[in-house]
Design a protein around this ligand. Structure first.
Ligand SMILES: [Mg+2]
Length: 194
């Protein structure tokens, strides 16, 4: 793939941020629940993880509102590639199903401060299905996502999904898969995007 830098956008949780790794850690430290990351084989993970729903909700509450205050790390290599993209083809576009975008901005300020305030667009759609209209309106042609159902939805409308490899997205699709941010960087046409 030779993706023009201005045509690609990114999901946040599970793609830019290592959200579910932290979820597993918080389940252990706060509720003494052991979850193997590789056992999260469904996006709707309550189907495969035995955990009290109120505890899940409390962890998500923290991850949603205070991602910059807990130890939510960028996936390896994400910071460098995203900073380069923001320089090459501003603004960098992040489209999340989260309900609020402001905490994501604060997370970027903490972890990838080299992306200046004006160089980042965060769209919080509130639900996964609403990503399609936003992506279309922004002219996004390639979207890196970890939820297969969202990939199906956008693929039908001519947006090319790129699956960020996770235990919950290995079946049921034939889209391009990236295992790390070096893989994403290798797909981008950096020279042609200048
Ligand atoms: Mg995600």
């Amino acid at each position: 793939m030779h993706i023009p830098a201005h045509e690609i956008a990114f999901d946040f949780d599970g793609v830019v941020a290592d959200t579910f790794r932290l979820f597993v850690e918080m389940a252990k430290t706060e509720y003494n629940i052991d979850i193997e990351y590789e056992d999260i084989t469904e996006y709707d993970f309550m189907r495969v993880v035995k955990m009290d729903y109120t505890h899940v909700a409390q962890i998500f509450e923290t991850l949603t509102n205070f991602p910059h205050e807990v130890d939510l790390k960028p996936n390896t290599g994400a910071a460098d590639v995203l900073a380069r993209l923001a320089r090459t083809a501003p603004p960098l576009s992040v489209i999340t199903a989260r309900h609020v975008g402001e905490p994501v901005h604060r997370w970027f300020e903490k972890h990838i401060p080299q992306i200046g305030a004006g160089l980042l667009t965060v769209k919080a759609t509130g639900e996964s299905t609403a990503k399609l209209a936003i992506l279309k309106s922004m002219g996004v042609k390639y979207f890196v996502e970890d939820r297969v159902d969202t990939c199906h939805l956008i693929a039908k409308e001519g947006i090319t999904p790129i699956v960020y490899d996770q235990p919950w997205n290995r079946d049921g699709h034939s889209y391009a898969v990236v295992k790390c941010w070096d893989d994403i960087s290798a797909m981008i046409d950096w020279e042609g995007s200048r």
